[in-house]
Write a protein that binds this ligand. Structure first.
Ligand SMILES: C[S@@+](CC[C@H](N)C(=O)[O-])C[C@H]1O[C@@H](n2cnc3c(N)ncnc32)[C@H](O)[C@@H]1O
Length: 263
């Protein structure tokens, strides 16, 4: 493809030819959400849309990519080979498919540009290596952890409830406008804490209180109190305490023998 891509265009299809058609250093900000190598198929109910998130050298990798990576991107190729030995053929084929696209993404990025890449735990560690090899580890600005509530619960491991967004810049002179992004402020943290205590007070249970983050003195069973005398006396909790409307606070204080871990 040689025709220039107009501004504000929405392109549909394999992104590699579109990326190759973009001029060098022309993009300020890239946000990308590639397949995760989950070894699953994702299709809509009517199977008219979707994609196969399973990767093999035979079906998904073109021979000229291998030649190019070996000759021009030795560090990327080393990561791909490492993944073949450490993980699987599938992981290395996936990284080859992704690596050839990441090379284009880096090429089109301006010197002051950044890339945000969303990935989950299946390939996250290998993709980090690929990005370090491509951008330089010193240009990794953040590994943003995206927590979510959905997802399976297992009795055999801790729940897998986060994805990662890697934030890399092309150089040290990158654009970052801290005032336009909004990390959770102290005041909104306080509001959330107050709301958590308020909700617990009204429901009469402490099961979901922020204070459960404290190491319990004894493992409480479900529906049992998780506050202890010590945790209630903690200055942070006392500070929240005075925000609870007095009726709810009185209700909490009147709980018989509720403060010492077991109700
Ligand atoms: C993890 S999903 C991202 C989903 C998307 N962010 C959303 O919210 O719907 C990966 C996406 O990459 C797309 N994809 C797979 N191969 C691709 C390719 N060669 N070029 C462009 N997109 C591709 C898939 O169709 C899928 O929608």
């Amino acid at each position: 493809m040689t025709a220039p891509i107009p501004k504000r265009a929405l392109c549909q299809g394999d992104n590699l030819p579109f990326l190759r058609a973009l001029p060098d250093a022309s993009i300020h900000l890239i946000a990308t959400d590639p397949p995760f190598n989950k070894n699953r198929d994702f299709y809509s109910a009517d199977r008219r849309a979707g994609f196969r998130d399973k990767w093999s050298w035979e079906a998904d990798v073109e021979p000229d990519w291998i030649e190019f990576l070996r000759a021009e991107a030795a560090a990327l190729w080393a990561v791909i080979e490492t993944a073949r030995l450490a993980h699987s053929q599938s992981m290395s084929a996936y990284l080859c498919w992704l690596g050839i696209r990441l090379l284009e993404l880096r090429r089109v990025l301006r010197a002051d540009g950044s890339l945000y890449l969303h990935i989950d735990g299946a390939a996250q560690a290998y993709v980090k290596l690929l990005l370090d090899a491509l951008f330089g580890a010193e240009n990794c600005r953040n590994e943003i952890v995206w927590l979510y509530k959905t997802g399976g619960v297992s009795k055999r491991w801790f729940s897998r409830k986060h994805d990662t967004i890697f934030f890399y810049s092309k150089s040290q002179a990158y654009t970052f406008r801290i005032n336009t992004v909004s990390p959770i402020s102290r005041s909104s943290r306080m509001r959330r804490a107050i709301f958590a205590v308020w909700r617990c007070a009204m429901s009469g249970t402490f099961r979901r209180c922020a204070a459960t983050r404290q190491k319990p003195q004894a493992t409480p069973r479900r529906s049992r109190w998780r506050f202890t005398s010590a945790s209630l006396a903690h200055p942070a909790i006392r500070a929240i305490w005075c925000w609870i409307p007095s009726a709810a606070a009185a209700r909490l204080r009147s709980r018989p023998s509720g403060w010492d871990g077991v109700g």
